[in-house]
Design a binder for this molecule. Structure first.
Ligand code: GAP
Length: 448
């Protein structure tokens, strides 16, 4: 990873079709972003890798895909309607609003502590010492279900995907004949009315999460908690190629934990704005199922045959944002190198994550015989890998630069020698080395 600024990443993402501001032609909307053709390829690969590691490689973890809008009682029971808040201050002079904990540069959300820390601070927007005392602000996004817009039809866009995992705990247990311990995983959108969305896709109002809730007996909470903490670190380093020096552990202090968590460890990533949260592991104890039992009046206890005991399962949660993972992978892969006095930008993405596995080009696009041969090679590789790019724009140097910037591990060029001897030039993204390879052997070379 080179020392890259957020502006450079934003610019690359826009220039190469990874991420665009949502509704850009209308001036955008703060906290909302659209993924472009290359972004969606990378996002889909990240989600597939997580699903494989989480669901397919564990025989006791099952997937669900719950609705974004649920019965509002779910959020009453989960504590989100009362407690899903951030501390906020207003400026009486310029009316700007700020996250109090961000202004005070603390992880604490305790209002007394924040009042003390902020008492001499000026508003960063107008510079006047006219900030109100911090107060809490609920981040749930509200809507109405049905034609009547009144209190009886209020509903919420889910603030985390976990909610419908808790409410489906018994359905999954019964239909999958699952015994504790078992897990339920979900990938999906969540919505938070963040006071100050910022840092590109790092803090957004519409996010996507990958969450897994592991239902256990309370006796094993410590070891299971440790297992899922390790899983996060290993996944990031071993499956996404993130360098260890870009990661850090952060244990939540009591005044920093979410309202449901008895313990929380985050993996922090070295974003350009500093080490920040990427992936959380939480011990949610029996908080969720107890509260859903209380509000729904349904019995969600578990009877353990071996010990002949009945209890409310504890939950260890593993939760990561897809957008933050995307950003971390992009930053980790971003490299600037000097080659023969020129600077090249190259995304050194692991080959299995690259939006395109290989790009195919005819040396000259106005020579029909080269184009026809290149199309043949393109079709062959597309059948093999699927994600192959046809690139005949500009000269060969420009094509290589473009493919380096989007992380394509290999480029194949068809030239006049190809027509004679059925060999092509295969160029490696990371080494920039080129070798002559027989068309028949291309697929095996690219796999390796
Ligand atoms: N169910 C637990 C939960 O939602 P969280 O720490 O609030 O916990 C989990 O969120 C993960 O979701 C975070 O580690 C982060 O990766 C991502 N995330 C949370 N809020 C976000 C936001 N506003 N924008 C982008 N990602 C966010």
């Amino acid at each position: 990873m080179s020392d890259v600024s957020l502006e450079e990443i934003v610019s690359l993402c826009k220039r190469r079709g990874f991420v665009f501001p949502a509704s850009e032609i209308y001036g955008g909307l703060a906290g909302f972003w659209d993924y472009g053709p290359l972004g969606v390829e990378l996002i889909n690969k990240l989600k597939a890798e997580w699903w494989k590691a989480m669901v397919h490689e564990h025989d006791n973890i099952f997937g669900v895909d719950g609705a974004i809008i649920q019965n509002p009682k779910l959020w009453e029971a989960s504590g989100h309607i009362a407690g899903f808040t951030d501390p906020l201050v207003d400026c009486k002079n310029c009316n700007a609003r700020h996250r109090a904990d961000h202004l005070a540069d603390t992880d604490s959300t305790d209002l007394t502590e924040l009042t003390e820390l902020l008492k001499d601070l000026a508003c960063p927007t107008c510079g006047k010492k006219t900030l109100t005392k911090p107060r809490t602000y609920n981040m749930m996004m509200k809507t109405w279900v049905g034609p009547v817009e009144d209190e009886s039809s209020v509903a919420y866009l889910r603030p985390e995907t976990a909610g419908s995992i808790f409410t489906n705990y018994d359905n999954v247990r019964e239909t999958m004949r699952a015994k504790l311990p078992f897990g339920v995983a979900q990938i999906g959108k969540a919505f938070r009315n963040e006071i100050s969305p910022r840092d590109f896709i790092f803090r957004v109002r519409e996010l996507e999460q990958m969450e897994m809730q592991y239902f256990i007996s309370p006796d094993v909470q410590s070891e299971v908690y440790e297992k899922w903490r390790d899983f996060a670190w290993k996944f990031l380093t071993e499956r996404l190629g993130i360098a260890e020096e870009n990661l850090q552990w952060h244990e939540h202090a009591e005044n920093e934990r979410a309202h449901y968590a008895a313990a929380a460890h985050d993996v922090y990533f070295k974003f350009p704005q500093g080490f920040k949260e990427l992936w959380g592991t939480h011990n949610r104890t029996d908080y969720d199922l107890s509260n859903h039992m209380r509000v729904s009046k349904k019995d969600l206890t578990y009877f353990e045959e071996e010990t002949k005991s009945r209890f409310v399962p504890y939950i260890i949660e593993s939760s990561v944002g897809v957008g933050r993972m995307f950003l971390a992978v992009m930053i980790n892969a971003y490299t600037e190198e000097e080659i023969n006095g020129d600077t090249r930008i190259v995304l050194k993405l692991p080959a299995h994550l690259a939006p395109y596995r290989v790009a195919v080009s005819p040396l000259l696009k106005n020579k029909p015989e080269l184009v026809a041969k290149a199309r043949e090679v393109y079709a062959m590789l597309k059948k093999e890998f699927g994600n192959v790019m046809w690139d005949d724009n500009g000269n060969i140097g420009k094509r290589y630069r473009r493919q380096d910037e989007i992380g394509t591990p290999y480029c194949v060029t068809i030239d006049f020698d190809t027509l004679e001897d059925n060999t092509v030039t295969l160029r490696n993204r990371d080494t920039t080395q080129q070798e002559r390879v027989k068309i028949d052997e291309l697929a095996t070379k690219i796999v390796l």
